[in-house]
Design a protein around this ligand. Sequence first.
Ligand SMILES: Cc1cc2nc3c(=O)[nH]c(=O)nc-3n(C[C@H](O)[C@H](O)[C@H](O)COP(=O)(O)OP(=O)(O)OC[C@H]3O[C@@H](n4cnc5c(N)ncnc54)[C@H](O)[C@@H]3O)c2cc1C
Length: 458
Amino acid sequence: MAEHNFDVVILGGGSGGYATALRSAQLGLSVALIERDKLGGTCLHRGCIPTKALLHSAEVADVTREAATVGVNATLQGIDMPAVNKYRDGIVDRLFKGLTGLVASKPITVVAGEGRIVGQKSIAVNGDTYTGKNLVLATGSYSKTLPGLEIAGRVITSEQALQLDFVPNKVIILGGGVIGVEFASIWKSFGTDVTIIEGLPTLVPNEDASVSKAMERAYRKRGINFKTGVRFQGVQQSATGVIVTLENGEQFDAELLLVAVGRGPNTAGFGYEENGINVDRGYVITNDRLQTSVPGVFAAGDIVPGLQLAHRGFQQGIFIAEEIAGLKPATIDELGIPKVTYSEPEIASVGLTEAKAAEIHGQDNISVYEYNLGGNGKSQILGFSGFIKLIRKNNGPIIGIHMIGSRVGEQIGEAQLIVNWEAFPEEVASLVHAHPTMNEALGEAHLALAGKPLHAHA
Ligand SMILES: Cc1cc2nc3c(=O)[nH]c(=O)nc-3n(C[C@H](O)[C@H](O)[C@H](O)COP(=O)(O)OP(=O)(O)OC[C@H]3O[C@@H](n4cnc5c(N)ncnc54)[C@H](O)[C@@H]3O)c2cc1C
């Protein structure tokens, strides 16, 4: 049993863990990165990247179906799922090789195996002990299910959904949040009959109410079925399908049931609580400097309560490394973290929703403007519809931006700068946006809110 000592020992090599490792190494700290599976974690292997590759194939299918509308003769002959998966795996493999090479090029010791805390700042892996002056916990999350709902056979989570080598005929998706609507979008484009069951009153319930409504309109138009405000009661499986029963007695049959009811923190069995780390319902509790209840032990990524997003994990990793190196980085403003739902249409948002802004500042102290993409030349060329909604504090900065429409995710960069730099609409209105781009719509929305609309009614 060998003893190894480092400045920083990191448990988990996903977004949060490897970002901590890379920044720590840049800052001259010695680093051990412990990973039981593959560097890159959920995002690279089972999350962000593979799903977005499938969404791209889905977009190509839709574009082919609609090719005649722009005068191109093309016929969609079908979806070759093994070939789609091959394309997807190629992307994941290339990124994985790139990440592995990047980490290997730095003074980072990668330790393969499952780690467990065995002392305040020591982790045991395969019989060896890795002790850090600082410890970083980044063990990620798992797909949750409901009490009594077993994941087996035709009842699957996103992990199994990504492994399918066929396009199902009919699917029920339990959960209308980000992961649920993304899979609904993919499968519908591939030709599947999709029904989403959501217990809350709307799809994408965490978004601004007008965006959730617009999403429902768009899904209705696409022929994606959904039931909201209804609760799941049970499922029966047979050799050929599933029958889902809701609490109101309604029944739905399908080939598969995808359970997309959120992700839980993966923290059980790794010695966290036994070693004094404060854990609440599985989540590791930290202060705003991401330190746990044990000094010198930090946590990053999905195990820390808040948005479960890869870019939050990256930023937390960078923050922790800089904190350990004594750089005193500014704390991360969770409200300033951009969110994108990569479906068709996409949703992109940052800052406060209208309801939250009204609750905090008072409805009379905020102004709201919705710019319809119907006025945006590039969106018209591409056949895209949707809107950009801005919320400002009266005589003050923009405090929320909410967008819905195809590819609006690509616009979140400027939106998050506007919100995080607390820009006034008048300031954004004075910046020139290129014509014709979809991004121009953001400029137009700010022009309108600044009282000088160009291609829009006031
Ligand atoms: C279907 C899906 C789509 C998603 N799409 C997006 C998206 O488009 N954009 C976005 O921002 N986010 C997306 N996410 C969320 C994103 O994947 C997560 O927020 C992100 O991966 C969290 O990073 P993490 O480092 O906390 O955990 P993870 O990426 O889960 O990494 C944790 C790592 O720790 C390892 N590990 C765990 N326990 C141990 C142990 N005891 N010893 C050693 N190793 C251990 C695991 O093997 C894993 O590699 C998606 C998630 C899913 C499931």
